[in-house]
Design a binder for this molecule. Structure first.
Ligand code: UD1
Length: 425
């Protein structure tokens, strides 16, 4: 079992380079299924989820090569692909559900195991299912698999109104709609930069999509899409995590390959906390010369504040001047990590989907456990400002979202190592 050992106290200074977004890359790999031939996707982060998605695509009949040095994935899709995504892979990564839309669009059927992934709430699929049903599909759940059949004449374009701008449901319906008969309107669609990235790649492939970046996507089906060479949008959540790392340690970090436009609200909150934010040629520089001021956060679908940066901001608020109210609207179990943060001496009270954080002048080291990717990042950030040595367990979660996190932190001056310890089971 691997753990991080973090000795708090260092001020982080230096440069970091942000890879392509995990939440985009994995979906772009699924998008490749929509076209026969060789697709190239660049700036794909070297994380285990990419390995899982590669294996999933191989099982569907594709050839997949990933080069960690160049961060390029090459996917060769045959004329005919299979339609079953097995439980052993899907349970390890919720993003596997991204193959649902392409499989239905390409083969007219899909057997996709019900997903696992982060342990951060119920994460239903009802909107994916309702949308596909409106496009004429029959959907049943059999032995832990979602079994979907398109109508004999193919998917039928329709108007779908999502109850909530779900990222996953928007993606499934987009990928189903691009090869459907007629026009599919996705109303109340998610507008995340990763959705824009998927739309951009689909358009490059020959899809017709109007309203990209808005909450109404109009997709007119085409007969065939062709493979392309596409570069993934930078990871705004990783960039945001580095911004908090600079602020919490009162350091100065130049974050390269970051898009200011995709981080507007996050940078506003970092500025409100007292940091200086400067645009640089290919990103942003964040510097902080005092203890942060506590900032209120309300997580909402984009362009609201991202839930995936909520734990990192709670960590910053935990050592800030003043108190902050944090409201989580996306995932009900996301406050689970607060218990772990409290082990470091943080003063956080939760009530339903609200958390009241009272800033302390210091945190004190303790063993803690990550429960999901972002909780893990939040705990490491807190450990950076805790007295003494904190051991962070469950770091396999962190590795799912951050490329060589501890190496990058060390280069910035952090005292952090990855150790293997015996697992007492
Ligand atoms: C994606 C991201 C995740 C991010 C989230 C919100 C990936 C791999 N993950 O997750 O990091 O935190 O967007 O920005 O890209 N819901 C339903 N029924 C549905 C679909 C969703 O009830 O049919 C609920 C979920 O349970 C959850 C909320 O809606 O509470 C948000 O889900 P969604 O926006 O779909 O997020 P994901 O695609 O799962």
């Amino acid at each position: 079992m691997e753990i991080f050992r973090v000795n708090g106290g260092a001020r982080l200074v230096g440069d970091v380079y942000v890879s392509g977004a995990k939440n985009s890359s994995l979906k772009l790999m699924a998008v490749a299924l929509l076209a026969t031939g060789k697709t190239v996707i660049r700036s794909v982060p070297d994380i285990v989820d990419v390995t899982i998605m590669s294996e999933l695509l191989r099982r569907l009949g594709c050839e997949v090569e990933y080069d960690a040095n160049t961060e390029i994935v090459t996917i060769t899709v045959p004329e005919s692909i299979t339609h079953r995504a097995d439980y052993d892979l899907v349970r390890r990564m919720r993003a596997s559900i991204a193959v649902l839309g392409p499989l239905i669009a390409r083969t007219g059927e899909a057997d996709v195991a019900l997903p696992g992934g982060d342990n951060i709430g119920s994460r239903g699929l009802d909107m994916h299912i309702a949308g596909l049903e409106r496009m004429g599909c029959s959907v049943t759940s059999e032995h832990g698999y979602l079994v979907v059949h398109a109508p004999a004449g193919g998917l039928v374009g329709t108007h779908v109104y999502l109850d909530f701008p779900s990222v996953g449901a928007t993606e499934t319906l987009l990928m189903a709609g691009v090869l459907a008969n007629g026009t599919t309107v996705i109303d109340n669609a998610a507008r995340e930069p990763e959705i824009v990235d998927i739309c951009t790649m689909l358009v490059e492939m020959g899809a017709h999509i109007d309203g990209i970046g808005s909450s109404m996507l109009t997709v007119t089906g085409v007969d065939v899409l062709h493979p392309v060479d596409h570069t993934t949008v930078p990871d705004r959540i990783v960039a945001g995590t580095w911004a908090v790392a600079a602020a919490i340690t009162q350091g100065e970090i130049a974050i390269h390959n970051a898009r200011v436009n995709n981080l507007s609200l996050v940078l506003e909150k970092i500025t409100a906390a007292g940091a200086q934010v400067t645009e640089i040629a290919d990103g942003i520089s964040i510097s902080m010369d005092r203890r942060p001021t506590a900032v209120d956060i309300v997580t909402l679908p984009y362009p609201g504040f991202p839930t995936d940066l909520q734990p990192q901001f709670i960590a910053m608020n935990a050592i800030a001047e003043g108190s902050a109210l944090v409201t989580e609207n996306l995932f009900e179990a996301r406050f689970r990590f607060v218990q772990e943060l409290s082990r470091l001496g943080a003063e956080v009270r939760t009530d339903g989907h609200h958390a009241l954080v009272r800033g302390r002048t210091k945190l004190s080291s303790a063993p803690v456990e990550s429960t999901d990717i972002r909780a893990g990042a939040g705990l490491v950030l807190a450990a950076l400002v805790a007295d003494g040595e904190t051991t962070v367990h469950g770091i396999e979660h962190i590795d799912r979202g951050y490329v060589k996190f501890e190496e990058q932190l060390r280069r910035l001056g952090a005292d952090i190592t990855r150790d293997v310890i015996a697992d007492l089971v």
